[in-house]
Ligand binder design. Structure first.
Ligand code: GRF
Length: 204
């Protein structure tokens, strides 16, 4: 099994997946890393581990559909059969999820379905959680569908929200949970012992 990881930034989730693959935690290799931005540290992480890295700059395409088609072409070139979005900040055409039906995962830094959807990425999520007075937050790995942050949930991890938390301190604790649940979710999906029933992912 070959995993393609889509990134836009620092790539700490990519690093967690690289480490898990190299440790044999799951039976798959990272076949390619695709970034929509050049010069991001995620690309450095890929090259440090001898993983092919491709920059597909969304600004060079006339539409989301063409951008998406370019990403699909790259994934096929590297014989990818499971896609992990990891800090990837662009919207993709539904063509993507139809091509890789139930083979695209994303990690979101909150307990979906709460604190998801439009504009909910990075620190905006943690600011909203703190403003809400919620006592817990966490991270979610879910199958990606055409609607952002709304696909069937595969794994979640929780953290307590502390009185003195700032978006930065909460983000840091949530990120640690992300790095733990993403490899676990990938292993679960690769082993395939589940059915998707509407929004439910049920082990079989
Ligand atoms: C972080 O906000 C993380 O919570 C979310 O994407 C952003 C960057 O993650 N998943 P990464 O360090 O690039 O994996």
């Amino acid at each position: 099994q070959r995993i393609g990881v889509l990134v836009s930034g620092g790539g700490t989730n990519l690093q967690a997946l690289i480490d898990a693959s190299e440790e044999g935690f799951f039976a798959a290799e990272i076949g390619v890393v695709i970034s929509n931005k050049a010069g991001v540290f995620a690309l450095e992480r890929a090259s440090q581990h001898g993983i092919p890295a491709v920059v597909i700059d969304h600004r060079q395409f006339g539409s989301v559909t063409e951008f998406t088609a370019a990403i699909i072409a790259a994934l096929k070139e590297y014989q990818i059969n499971l896609v992990c979005l990891a800090g990837f900040l662009r919207i993709l055409d539904p063509l993507f999820f139809l091509t890789y039906l139930n083979r695209v995962l994303n990690i979101h830094p909150a307990l979906l379905p709460a604190f998801g959807g439009k504009g909910m990425y990075g620190h905006h999520v943690h600011e909203a959680v703190l403003r809400s007075g919620a006592k817990f937050s966490g991270a979610t790995v879910h199958f990606v569908t055409a609607e952002p942050d709304a696909g069937p949930i595969v794994a979640q991890g929780i953290v307590a929200v502390a009185e003195e938390d700032t978006p930065d301190t909460l983000a840091e604790r949530v990120l640690q949970v992300e790095h733990q649940i993403y490899p676990e979710a990938v292993k679960f999906v690769l082993e395939g012992r589940f059915v998707i029933d509407g929004l439910r992912v049920r082990s079989v």
